[in-house]
Design a protein around this ligand. Structure first.
Ligand code: ADP
Ligand code: NA
Length: 358
């Protein structure tokens, strides 16, 4: 197979939750571990994207460093991947501008993420919240910066969640337009690698996704939550009163979401939420047969989920503590990542500038 260049990014705002981990970060580690030695892997912390919304500088600075620590703690290997801050490689901004000069305005207006941000701003009755006229130009142009992030390294593959598929299509369009304009197949049209894990839902409202912006802190599990916090949040998760456990996302979204979490955290690559449900049901039935105390299925499921989450996060948290103690090491990794990314970016930008006549 042809060598791949795999690129992905995450914003440095806030501690990642279980949805980010199962939907994105853990997949990066799996890609790394399954990659061929000829593949190039780039994982970036996209501070420039965070700046499309108001940020407190001190907090942003701290969170950028913490995200670097997190990426190392989950198992990304700086010898194998380029792990870097996008905002330290200026070629991202340069290429974004060039691509913005070619991207039709109307195309960006059709992006669903923009439309939903716009609708929220328009419909908000809250006087203090941001109104439509104050939404930043950068927020509108965000998908072009994302295209620049990807194309800057001439990436061929991008692991993304379903919510990002439209943006990746835009990246392909932007690449194609550039190639046609300058009559050269310079940028590969990046393909997506869809994350195998199901979308993780809010523990408290399993009709919406687990998100760092939801006001209810009990709706999400953070990678840094203590065992007590994890148990408490899972105990408060919405389930139902049925006696058995089954995977039925339509009729039993809360139960099914917990099964997705269990299956996602399983070390068995063949695990599915439906198989997990079957196993748990078997155990539940055996317990009843043996005359043991009959637990309600929801309680039984929650106990299992809490145990698995605590065990899965323990080594990550341990590693995170260790890495964060060594700020000099983190600074060194950041510098190493920056230098490596910049070298590749500059080589490609020299070709881009030449093609464009600047
Ligand atoms: P949030 O929506 O919490 O602000 P981001 O938009 O920063 O999270 O997403 C970072 C990455 O995590 C993206 O690749 C996104 O697809 C993934 N992701 C976010 N929330 C979830 C979720 N609930 N389930 C699965 N993946 C998710
Ligand atoms: Na989001």
């Amino acid at each position: 197979p042809r060598p791949r260049t795999i690129f992905s990014g995450i914003q440095p705002t806030g501690i990642p939750h279980l949805g980010n981990y199962l939907g994105a970060l853990r997949n990066w580690v799996d890609l790394q571990n399954g990659a061929s030695p000829d593949d190039t892997l780039l994982f970036s912390i996209v501070g420039m994207h965070a700046l499309t919304m108001p940020q407190d500088p001190k907090r942003l600075f701290r969170e950028r460093r913490e995200m670097m620590a997190t990426l190392l703690a989950i198992g990304l290997d700086p010898h194998r991947c380029t792990i870097f801050h996008q905002d330290q490689v200026k070629q991202h901004a340069e290429l974004a501008w060039y691509l913005m000069c070619q991207t039709p305005f109307g195309k960006l207006g059709r992006m669903t993420t923009w439309k939903s941000k716009l609708a929220t701003a328009r419909n908000s009755a809250d006087e203090s919240s941001i109104d439509e006229t104050q939404l930043a130009l950068g927020l509108f142009a965000y998908p072009v910066l994302q295209a620049a992030d990807i194309l800057l390294y001439r990436s061929t593959h991008v692991p993304v969640g379903e919510d990002q598929v439209q943006h990746l299509e835009l990246s392909r369009d932007v690449a194609d337009l550039f190639n046609r304009t300058y009559r050269k197949r310079f940028f590969p049209l990046p393909q997506h690698i869809i994350t195998p894990t199901k979308r993780i839902l809010s523990l408290r409202d399993p009709t919406s996704k687990m998100s760092k912006s939801a006001p209810d802190v009990n709706s999400r599990i953070l990678l840094t939550d203590t065992p007590a916090q994890i148990s408490s949040k899972i105990r408060k998760a919405v389930t139902d009163a049925e006696r058995t456990i089954s995977y039925d996302p339509t009729n039993r979204p809360g139960v099914s979401n917990l099964l997705s979490i269990l299956s996602g955290l399983s070390s068995d690559p063949g695990s599915t939420p439906a198989k997990v449900a079957e196993e748990l049901n078997g155990a539940l039935a055996r317990q009843a047969e043996q005359g043991g105390k009959e637990l309600p299925s929801g309680k039984y499921l929650k106990d299992a989920v809490a145990d698995v989450c605590v065990e899965a996060l323990r080594p990550i948290q341990h590693e995170l503590e260790r890495v964060k103690m060594d700020q000099a090491y983190l600074a060194e990794m950041e510098e190493k990542g920056r230098a490596k990314a910049e070298e590749a970016a500059e080589a490609n930008m020299q070709a881009v500038r030449r093609m464009m006549g600047v």
